[in-house]
Design a protein around this ligand. Sequence first.
Ligand SMILES: [Cu+2]
Length: 188
Amino acid sequence: MPTTDRAHSLLVAVAALALAASVGVVLQATGAISRVQAKDQSVTIKNFAFTPDKVTVTVGSTVTWTNSDTQVQHTVTSDSGGTLDSGPLSSGQSYGKQFDTAGTYAYHCEIHQGMTGTIVVTATAPTPRPTATPRPTPLQQTGPPSDIGQSPTSPASDPPIAALAAIMVLAAAVLGFGVARHRTSRVR
Ligand SMILES: [Cu+2]
């Protein structure tokens, strides 16, 4: 039965495509998770100012200050807490600090009044894209959805899972249909 065999092959091909698509969804979600990482930033000290004067980074990121003024020393010093304490930085010298705790870090130059800046350290990356970004936590759920961590503000986490499930069901249905037709044609 060449006609049935061809139809069968087509159905298998469609099922394979559906499975490949579902794998793609998973890989995309995984990639989105791995992109939530520390990103280092730089601050230039020039013309008696920190530029940019406000920097937002994620936990684990390193901020590096470089004194680009000529023949002038500056410092990077925390307003309180002592997290930042560069000591005098001569022209061309740099000072780096890794931020492991979320919070707002205000700092100043000890030598020049009015030189101030702020580092904001966030627990998670600011969303790089406005489109739906899958959150890592829902992927670890194995049972039925619980109330823990599920708030009305995170509807973006559901569509990829739903799409994946729909694709898997479709693939299984198409495969089953194809096999059934194939067997029926052979019985005849
Ligand atoms: Cu200064």
